[in-house]
Structure formats: C-alpha cells, structure tokens
Design a protein around this ligand. Sequence first.
Ligand SMILES: Cc1cc2nc3c(=O)[nH]c(=O)nc-3n(C[C@H](O)[C@H](O)[C@H](O)COP(=O)(O)O)c2cc1C
Length: 219
Amino acid sequence: MSDLREPGFGDPSPFAQTDVARAQRLAALRPVVDGRSIAIGVCAGIASYKVCSVVSALAQCGAEVTVAMTSDAQRFVTPLVFQSLSGRPVIASPWESASPADPQHIKIASALDLCLIAPCTMDMLARLASGRCDDAVSLLAASIDRARTPVLLAPSMNEAMWRQPATQRNLAILRGDGFAILDPASGWQACRAVGPGRLPEPDDLLDAVAHALRGRAAR
Ligand SMILES: Cc1cc2nc3c(=O)[nH]c(=O)nc-3n(C[C@H](O)[C@H](O)[C@H](O)COP(=O)(O)O)c2cc1C
C-alpha cells in the first residue's frame, strides 16, 4: 500500500499549510518592496537557479525587478526564465538597447533602490574589486552610487574557492569600497564538497533585501 495519502476532509494537507506560510511571507515582504526598483545581477554560479525564486517573489510583491546576467550565467539559466518571472526585459549584454544619449546601465542604475548580485562568482568578486566593468552585471554595478543605493553581494562558490586568499582579499577590498557582503551558508555543495560557500536560501536573500530597504525612502 502506498504511503502517499490523498488529503481528505478533516486531514489538513501539508501543501495547503506550505501555501499559507508562503502567502504570509509574501504579505510581510510586500510593504517593503512594493514599488521599489530592484536590480538582480546573476553570475555563472551553479546556484543561479535559486535566484529564480527571489525574482519571482519580488515581482509578486510589486517590485520592479530588472535582471542583468553575465554571458556565462546564461549557460545555467536562460534570460527568458528571468524575463518571464520579472515581466521585464533582461539585460543580457551591455550592448543591447545601447544609445549614446541614454545608455541603459546609467539610466537603470540611477533609478534603483537596491542591487543584489547573486550568485556572485569568485571571478565577479575579482572583477568588482579591481574596478572592471566589461560585462552587463559589473557595468551595472559600476554605474551605481553606493552612497545612495545599497549593492549587496551574495558570494557563492566551492569551499576551496571560498577559502582562496584571493577571494578573501577581494572580499576585504569590496567591504572597504562600501559593498554589503552576505555571508554564504555552509553545507552540501553541488560539487560534492561540504563547507562554506553555499548561496543562502531564497528566503534568506529576500530577508537581506528587505533588511537593506527598510527605513530607506523610495527613489
Ligand atoms: C558547472 C560549473 C559550475 C560553476 N559554479 C561556480 C560557482 O558556484 N561559483 C563560482 O564562483 N564559479 C563557478 N563556476 C566557474 C564560473 O562559472 C566561471 O569562473 C565563469 O567564467 C564566471 O563567469 P561570470 O563571473 O562572468 O558570471 C562554475 C563553473 C562550472 C563549469
């Protein structure tokens, strides 16, 4: 006999309870992000799939979400997924919609309330720490005035990559430059390693976004 039971009358479905908890989480998030302009930079990390849930939740709560992706990130998740979830065009290349009078990265950056780069790869940390801006994500980040708009980095990588002196050095530089670094979680990694470097779960990323926005006037 199967262990899977059809939930019946008087037998509350665990799925229904999950839906209620989800609805409550989104209801708490909505007042903080509704009407806010939020950029999500996606890099080529294995955990990029988790960011789909983050974009979906923000869009459901009324945020105007613009996703920018590095070209390698598009090997993991297609721009179409993020375009569908955000309901807005994805910046998949610095050269799309390029107009000398109104470059999209400047226009978008100046109207943002917050930017989250997740997953932020080891390579992206190095690029940001050295001031490079030769892809859609680092170019957008370079165009943001961090004195007015918080830029959150969620590093995610294999535990050996996380422990590299270069990674730790770049994190220290980026902290000094005013980026907010989210601590990675520790545990099972897709590469079969166990240790620090996991991307925090979507709800933890949403909490970090809400925390950074709370008390800040909308742009
Ligand atoms: C299957 C696979 C998974 C990877 N996962 C990660 C990762 O989780 N974190 C990371 O820093 N790099 C990871 N890399 C390496 C990056 O994808 C690589 O450095 C890439 O050039 C970074 O591109 P970007 O920073 O422009 O997005 C992975 C590579 C492969 C092939």
